[in-house]
Design a protein around this ligand. Structure first.
Ligand SMILES: [Zn+2]
Length: 326
């Protein structure tokens, strides 16, 4: 599974430009599912098994990024964030664009006062992308130029949000041979810009419940968020709530029961900000009861998102046992 995570996180796929990731995912799952389709907007949906009340597990394919807006002068460009990118995180980062161009984000610093002012209240207005003289087209998308790194139980890469969950779903269908209960896995588009893909992906599916798999804040570094209980290493986090939705209590209770019956470590999650595809799935059609299972992650939306190997493994186990149990 480590290799799957490496391949997926290192792939290029900011919101709205998910096609490469989708092609890789199709190759990874096609021999392990009963069928798959790509819907009109680009969500990838696959299914397995044929009896029972189906559940859909959803992970998003897209990652945060940037898009080139206009040229300042030869080789220097203005950029706009795609999804939740802090200008402080973008500053001095190396980016790779969809045409292969590599650039570095710099900040206008005409005077010392300017520099102080910009650093106190940094915005994308003061930033530019330096492509070292190479011309790029307006509207070119880019992502952090980062690579996968493993140190013991810690896995580090860009786009763990949410390709680590895509890897979980791939691993799930590889291991779950001939399931009794039918289930779907879905890889959504444009989650980072407003849960776009998940707003429509479940419309044609006759599903009884939906579970989003995503990353969540891990509050285990010095002076990390003091109202967050989630930490790396204690297992998948069964979400109680975030800012955009409250997980369906019946699904939460079932997840807890499955984890306890099978001896799978888990933790409960209350996130004081953020949201996942579950918020959109809950609003689909006449309403689909939805919940989220999260993987605790440090440094979310940076080139170095950190997850725990055991948490990922236990997330796969929890989802497999969930399908088997119901
Ligand atoms: Zn995200």
């Amino acid at each position: 599974m480590i290799e799957t995570i490496k391949i997926l996180t290192e792939s290029f796929g900011p919101s709205g430009r998910e096609s490469k990731v989708r092609e890789i995912l199709i190759e990874m799952i096609k021999d392990h599912v009963d069928g798959y389709e790509v819907d009109k907007v680009g969500n990838l949906i696959a299914w397995k098994g044929n009896v029972g009340k189906p559940v859909v597990f959803v992970a998003h394919m897209d990652e945060i990024g940037i898009v080139v807006t206009n040229e300042i002068r030869g080789g220097f460009y203005r950029i706009e964030p795609v999804g939740g990118v802090s200008p402080y995180t973008a500053l001095n980062r190396r980016y790779v664009l969809e045409d292969g161009t590599v650039g570095v984000v710099g900040m206008e610093t005409e005077t010392v006062q300017d520099a102080k002012k910009n650093m106190t209240n940094l915005s994308f207005d003061a930033l530019y992308l330096d492509t070292f003289g190479k011309r790029v087209d307006i509207s070119t998308f880019g992502v952090y130029d980062s690579y996968f790194y493993q140190n013991g139980d810690f896995l580090v890469s860009k786009a763990m949000d949410d390709r680590v969950s895509c890897a979980v779903l791939v691993e799930m269908v590889r291991r779950l041979k001939e399931p009794k209960r039918k289930f779907y896995i879905a890889f959504s588009i444009q989650e980072e810009v407003g849960l776009v893909g998940s707003s429509v992906l479940a419309y044609p599916l006759d599903v009884q419940e939906a579970i989003a798999i995503d990353v969540t804040d891990s509050a285990d570094s010095p002076k990390s968020f003091k109202r967050h209980p989630m930490v790396i290493g204690k297992g998948p986090a069964i979400k109680i709530k975030d800012r955009y939705s409250i997980s369906d209590k019946r699904i939460v209770d079932k997840l807890i029961k499955v984890a306890e019956d099978k001896g799978i470590p888990y933790q409960l999650e209350v996130l004081t900000f953020g949201g996942t595809d579950a918020a959109a799935l809950m609003r689909t059609r006449e309403g689909i009861p939805s919940a989220t299972v999260s993987i605790p992650t440090r440094y979310i939306h940076t080139p170095n998102e950190v997850v725990g190997k055991d948490d990922v493994e236990n997330t796969v186990r929890l989802l497999i046992e969930y399908v088997r149990a119901v």
